[in-house]
Design a protein around this ligand. Structure first.
Ligand code: UDP
Ligand code: MN
Length: 246
C-alpha cells in the first residue's frame, strides 16, 4: 500500500478559479492514492467549488474558512488560515490512531506540478525538499546539497531565511504532522516569505531535510502565476440570456 499523499490547496473565488482548479484536478487525477484537501477562503462552501469537486473524480475533502478582513492586505502572507484548517482536519482525522503512512504537501492552485514530483515526495520519511522553478526573482531556487545533506540555499531573495524555500518546495510525513500537534502557520509576527521558515522551524532542522529530485538538481514544480483576466468588455446591460458558470 502506497503512502497517501495529502495535498492541501487554499483557493479563493475569482474569475480564473475554476480554470485553475480544473488544471490542478487534471494533474491530481493521474496520481495514485492522493487525497485532495481543498480549503476555500470563504465564509461558506461555494456552489461552484462543491459542484466542481463532486465531478472531479478524486478522493477529496472540502473545507472552508474565511481570511479575516484585516489580513487581506498586500504584503501580508496569504492563505494562513486555510492551510491551518487543512492541518487541523488531518490531525483530527488521524487523531486517535497510529499514523497511517502518509505525506502532506501544500499545493497552491496556480502552480504547475509534474507527475514525477509525486513519486519523489511519496518516499518522504520526515521532511523532504526539492527545487522550485520560476520563483524568488530567479529561474529557480534550490536547496544546496553536499554528501546527501542540505547545507544551504541557492536563492536571490532574503537569503537570511532559515529555510529559503517556497511552499511548493517541501513535503512532510503525516507522522511528523501528528507528533508536532502545535505546528501551524502563524499570523503574528509573520512576514511574507517567512511562512515556510516559521512552519518548518517548528518541525525539523536543516540537517534533517531529505533532498529529493536527484539531490535537488531537477525542477519538478513551477511557481507559475496566472495573469489577471481582462474583463473590460463585460456588459453592464444587455446581459446574456443564460447564466453561465465560468
Ligand atoms: N489564496 C487564498 N486567498 C487569498 C489569496 C490567495 O486562498 O486571498 C490562495 C491561492 O488560491 C493560492 C494560495 O493561496 O492557492 C497562494 O496564493 P497566490 O497564488 O496568490 O500567492 P503567490 O503566487 O503570490 O505565492
Ligand atoms: Mn501562486
Amino acid at each position: 500500500q502506497l503512502p497517501t499523499i495529502y495535498a492541501i490547496t487554499p483557493t479563493y473565488s475569482r474569475p480564473v478559479q475554476k480554470a485553475e482548479l480544473t488544471r490542478l484536478a487534471n494533474t491530481f487525477r493521474q496520481v495514485a492514492q492522493l487525497h485532495w484537501i481543498l480549503v476555500e477562503d470563504a465564509a461558506a462552501r461555494s456552489e461552484l467549488v462543491s459542484r466542481f469537486l463532486a465531478r472531479a473524480g478524486l478522493p477529496s475533502t472540502h473545507l472552508h474558512v474565511p481570511t479575516p478582513r484585516r489580513y487581506k492586505r498586500p504584503g501580508l502572507p496569504r492563505a494562513t488560515e486555510q492551510r491551518n484548517a487543512g492541518l487541523a482536519w488531518l490531525r483530527q482525522r488521524h487523531g486517535n490512531q497510529r499514523a497511517q503512512p502518509g505525506v502532506l504537501f501544500f499545493a497552491d492552485d496556480d502552480n504547475t506540478y509534474s507527475l514525477e514530483l509525486f513519486q519523489e515526495m511519496r518516499t518522504t520519511r520526515k521532511v523532504s525538499v526539492w527545487p522550485v522553478g520560476l520563483v524568488g526573482g530567479r529561474r529557480y531556487e534550490r536547496p544546496l546539497v553536499e554528501n546527501g545533506k542540505v547545507v544551504g540555499w541557492y536563492t536571490g531573495w532574503r537569503a537570511d531565511r532559515p529555510f529559503a524555500i517556497d511552499m511548493a518546495g517541501f513535503a512532510v510525513s503525516l507522522q511528523v504532522i501528528l507528533s508536532n500537534p502545535k505546528a501551524v502557520f502563524k499570523r503574528r509576527g509573520s512576514q511574507p516569505g517567512m511562512q515556510e521558515s516559521d512552519f518548518l522551524k517548528q518541525i525539523t532542522t536543516v540537517e534533517e531535510l531529505e533532498p529529493k529530485a536527484s539531490n535537488c538538481t531537477k525542477v519538478l514544480v513551477w511557481h507559475t502565476r496566472t495573469e489577471k483576466v481582462n474583463l473590460a468588455n463585460e456588459p453592464k446591460y444587455r446581459l446574456d440570456t443564460v447564466r453561465i458558470e465560468v
